[in-house]
Write a protein that binds this ligand. Sequence first.
Ligand code: FES
Ligand SMILES: [Fe+2]
Length: 357
Amino acid sequence: MFGLRKRDLTREFPVSANRPRLPYPDGWFAVAFSGDVRPGQVVRRRFKGEDIVVYRTRQGTVRVVNPYCPHLGAHLGFGGRVEGENLVCPFHHFAFAPDGRCVRTGYGTRPPKASLTQLTAREVNGVVMVWSHARGEAPSWDVPVVPAQDFPPPARHSTILIDHPQEVVENSVDIGHFGPVHGTSGARVTKPLELNGPRLTLGTSVHRTTPLLGRFDVDFDVEANGLGHIHVIARMPRMGLSALVQIMPTPLDPCRIETRFTVSARLGTAGSRAGRYSSWLATQFFALPSWQGAAQDAPIWQNKTYLRHPRIARGDGPIMRFRHWAEQFYPDEFREIGEAAEVSDPLPFEKGPHGSA
Ligand code: FES
Ligand SMILES: [Fe+2]
């Protein structure tokens, strides 16, 4: 595993006064990389305007809990520790089992009938994800395992910025910004947007030009599951390079998100064995533009507003169909696009509006 790189883009790029653009969406959201929480470790995270505590028992079970001890309210993220399979509060040493129940006091007396409040958490694709639902409903779908055979361990990166998870996912279908913001040309849809329950898939392709490599194509197969997990397979056929990218935006509070990325790349076809070093190089090669891509979007994202009735033009990606799909992740009273606006998008790109270079 490569070292984790973190950036707080709210400090690097100007931010105007902002207000929440959309409510918190339902679904699965990443709260930690698996490697952030080793056996016996307790970490604090922000999620939807509150602290949460993520810990891993000695045997490897991950739990995510509300931070406040039901005894007298100590914060388990400040001094709480793992003892065997239990989480122990720093204040009076009450211990809590993996099912949340208080199983011991610090005085050897009978424990009170009390439990930690647990969030539904799953570890998948090297990430700890929690389920969030406005009405407290149980998970109705899962984030699938992303097949990563033949890919090396990923590089990881996380950025904090003013934005909303929906806008990060929308960025993948917003073909029109690829040229102006990311400097590519000839953006086009190669596989039409497919919407299937919480799952979205889309194929796109762009030309990129660099002084070193000249012009080459980059093809993207994008899959989103809800608004908290995107995975992309990017291919550069001319170099025989493919990369597996995960992009996971998580609401920290009504205005800010933390987006975690993993990138791993390999040279050659699935059957070939790229050496350790060439995979490492390929991963670094591909990771860099992924990190830079988020920074390129940041000045726009941090200062934009969310228009519920945008003036869509030919050359845009399938933004309104995407938004209609995204409504399923909000409470009923928020669903208006389908009724109030015609859900239609201009024909998909045949030719990019920013030149086919
Ligand atoms: S507050 Fe946690 S043991 Fe007392
Ligand atoms: Fe972008």
